[in-house]
Design a protein around this ligand. Structure first.
Ligand code: C5P
Length: 409
């Protein structure tokens, strides 16, 4: 099943979605829908100011639950909405969190239902996430910066803000993150922090080896598996660097991306970076060969039906070079084997030839460009198959396997 139709990463989670006043309330409607689509149940709470920007009717329709706006709402049996609502919640996400709302929070003020909820929630069981949204001057003001730092010190997780054009016509920091970004941040928030403090380097996608200015040698790798691994590692708390060949995929949140085209460029990006990382996962489908001398101009047909010929030279093996670094500089290496048959045999052969502790085999023609895959983990201890699944779920399992091996080193 593809991720686009079956993205249920928040299944079983109950999210309290708080809206304080700000034009970004229009994005909160989309966010509510994204959370529901991801499998969460969502209880919306709005301040009076938020209701100036978007109506509770909209949020009720999208969440499928009546919206709470007042601490005097008599619906809860004990008439204590500020207590009851947070007790069942797995997280309280305030999006948008206005400058004024954050200021109230850090002072422990509880003048309306939403701030009351934040104060009365069980801190250990109901984490608070804030998605600030405000004009850039308001965001940069020392009072706001002081308040945000204090909110973080009090345990709140701050998501964003983003930067760019603002509704007021100015440009700068203070935009609320987009609905999909906030959804993904929430999904990441619930992942176990198995790689906290680790630095992970990932290569992904194909490479492109120029023949002339308009043609080249490449392959069918889409980069999806490598991008999923980069995302899963970041979700698990790692600091991730992703060296990507030519692909059209969005950068996973929190991941530092370096774009390259050829194998040599990938080698030049990876080798100096490798010693600063604890783990290296080589998912890229690197071209084995490149034209020795790319033509300066487009090669034309010569009219005699003679095919052009050109010499090929071997590209450097990036994974093998990293695996050969001196022990003190060498990250823990994971290789990939994209084969068309005899997966286990080829993967084991690669394990030995490349001198790495883990090789992950997959069938190239069956997975290139698709959203799902099957992985075969091959190491000195044996083999283990990760059964068919979407690439992100498999990447999370692979991260678990890597974390386990790292902890017993
Ligand atoms: O050598 P082969 O292509 O069979 O091995 C595949 C593994 O080696 C993958 O992990 C791939 O990313 C890596 N590789 C590399 N540099 C190359 C060729 C492959 O890092 N030039």
């Amino acid at each position: 099943m593809s991720r686009t139709t079956d993205l249920k990463d928040l299944q079983g989670r109950h999210i309290l979605l708080g809206l304080s006043g700000g034009i970004a309330c229009y994005k909160a409607a989309d966010l509510c829908r994204e959370l529901v689509k991801a499998g969460a149940t969502v209880q919306v709470v709005m301040t009076e100011a938020a209701a100036q920007f978007i109506t509770p009717v909209t949020l009720q329709a999208l969440s499928g639950r009546p919206v709470y706006t007042s601490q005097w709402d008599a619906r809860p049996g004990n008439n204590m909405a500020h207590i009851e609502l947070s007790r069942a919640a797995d997280a309280l996400l305030v999006a948008p969190a206005s400058a004024d709302f954050i200021a109230q929070l850090v002072q422990g003020r509880a003048g309306d239902l939403l701030s009351l909820l934040c104060l009365a929630r069980p801190i250990e069981r109901c984490p608070l996430l804030l998605a600030p949204a405000m004009n850039r001057e308001m965001w940069l003001h020392p009072a706001t910066q002081r308040n945000v730092a204090q909110a973080q010190a009090d345990g709140a997780r701050v998501l964003g803000p983003g930067s760019g054009a603002q509704a007021c016509g100015e440009t700068g920091d203070g935009r609320m993150l987009e609905a999909a970004e906030l959804r993904d941040a929430l999904i990441a928030f619930f992942q176990p922090q198995l790689l906290a403090g680790r630095r992970v380097l990932v290569t992904a996608g194909p490479t492109f080896e120029a023949i002339d200015p308009v043609r080249g040698i490449t392959n069918l790798s889409s980069g999806k598996m490598g991008f999923a691994i980069a995302r899963a590692a970041a979700e698990a708390g790692a600091q991730v660097t992703l060296v990507a060949g030519p692909v059209h995929l969005p950068t996973p949140m929190g991941v530092q991306r370096i774009d390259v085209t050829s194998a040599q460029q990938m080698f030049d990006a990876v080798l100096p970076a490798a010693p600063a990382h604890d783990i290296f996962v080589a998912t890229a489908a690197v071209a084995d060969w490149r034209p020795a001398q790319p033509n300066a101009h487009k090669i034309k047909k010569d009219g005699k039906k003679l095919a052009p010929s050109f010499d090929l030279v071997e590209n450097p093996d990036i994974l093998a070079a990293v695996a050969r670094l001196p022990a003190a500089q060498r990250p823990w290496c994971v290789g990939f084997a994209a084969e068309s048959q005899d997966l286990a045999r080829h993967a084991r052969e690669k394990l030995q030839r490349k001198g790495v502790p883990l090789v992950v085999g997959n069938l190239g023609p069956a997975t290139f460009g698709r959203d799902d895959n099957t992985l075969l983990l091959v190491d000195a201890a044996g083999e283990r198959e990760l059964p068919p699944g979407d690439k992100l779920s498999l990447a999370r399992e692979l991260v678990r396997e890597i974390a386990q091996r790292m902890s017993t080193r």
